[in-house]
Ligand binder design. Structure first.
Ligand code: CP
Length: 305
């Protein structure tokens, strides 16, 4: 039995297999319509979500399976003091696979060592979000036709943005990747990722506050929201929230084939005027997220199609 807590648990070969399966699901959806007949997914979300929870649920329905859902911590026995471990043991009696989001880093890991079914990390605090990374990788692969030889810019909240941490971890294993890290000083990438992932693997990177100076060199621009829910005080959030706003004027500086990604939700950091720019890929990412979650569910449940 296999869970997915950190994207680093998947080898490049396994990611490639998930991507190829995703392409097949897109091309032949009917082939998969009964792949998970009789199986149940439990979505346990202790933190708000639109895309991740609904895409997991849509993924399981499109595979012919069923869903049981806990959409908020407030509607669960966590409010009475039940532990994550006991919740995982309990839900193992009802479902075949769990997708869990939790504000505490490591909570899905605790669930995975207590559950008797696979647990998928659907985002844990400011730590990791491996299935968003799978969506991001499919989007980059479909836009660029490759996952190597790319200059990838991450812009915004690189400190608390868990999608950034997971995507850097995943891309660090491909060749010819250069990272451009654009953030205010207070929201820089955590040093454990810079040291243990980027520097340890001798990857090329630059760290800057000057968005416009580096924008012309990017193949991929990964914009992020400043993560209000992770701040200790509102004043800091208000001061930093609009540090970087991508506007049509700024897009004039970008390459003609620069792909703009964002895990969403968006607040102000991408002007809606960019949504019709052919380089805007963030709603493609939403679709790709559902497909990659289908691909992952099939893998973890060891379903042969
Ligand atoms: N990208 C993402 O995790 O979105 P939600 O918070 O809406 O699930």
């Amino acid at each position: 039995m296999r869970s997915l807590i950190d994207i680093a648990e998947l080898s490049i070969e396994e990611i490639d297999e998930l991507l190829q399966r995703a392409e097949d699901i897109i091309a032949n959806p009917k082939k998969y319509a009964h792949a998970c007949d009789g199986k149940k997914l439990a979505t346990l979300f202790f933190e708000p979500s639109t895309r991740t929870r609904l895409s997991f649920e849509a993924a399981m329905y499109e595979l012919g399976g069923n869903v049981i859902s806990m959409a908020s911590a407030g509607s669960s026995s966590a409010t009475k003091g039940e532990s994550v471990a006991d919740t995982a043991k309990t839900v193992s009696c009802y479902a075949d696979v769990i997708a869990m989001r939790h504000p505490k880093e490591g909570a899905p890991y605790v669930a995975s060592i207590n559950a008797s079914i696979p647990v998928i990390n659907a985002g844990d605090g400011g730590h990791n979000h491996p299935t968003q990374t799978l969506a991001d990788l499919l989007t980059i692969y479909r836009e660029k036709g490759r996952l190597n030889n790319l200059t990838v810019g991450f812009c915004g909240d690189l400190k608390f943005g868990r999608t950034v941490h997971s995507l850097i971890t995943a891309l660090s294993r491909y060749t010819g990747i250069k990272f451009v890290l654009i953030s205010p000083d207070e929201l820089k990438l955590p040093s454990y990722i810079k040291k243990d992932i980027i520097q340890k693997n001798n990857l090329e990177y630059v760290q800057t506050t000057d968005f416009e100076a580096v924008l012309p060199e990017l193949d991929i621009l990964y914009m992020t929201r400043v993560q209000r829910e992770r701040f200790f005080n509102e004043e800091d959030y208000v001061r930093l929230k609009d540090s970087y706003i991508l506007t049509p004027d700024k897009m004039k500086l970008a390459k003609a084939d620069c792909s703009v990604l964002h895990p969403l939700p968006r607040v102000n950091e991408i002007s809606v005027a960019i949504d019709n720019d052919p380089r805007a890929c963030y709603f493609k990412q939403v679709f790709n997220g559902k497909i990659m979650r289908m691909s992952l569910i099939l893998k973890l449940l060891e379903v042969e199609v």
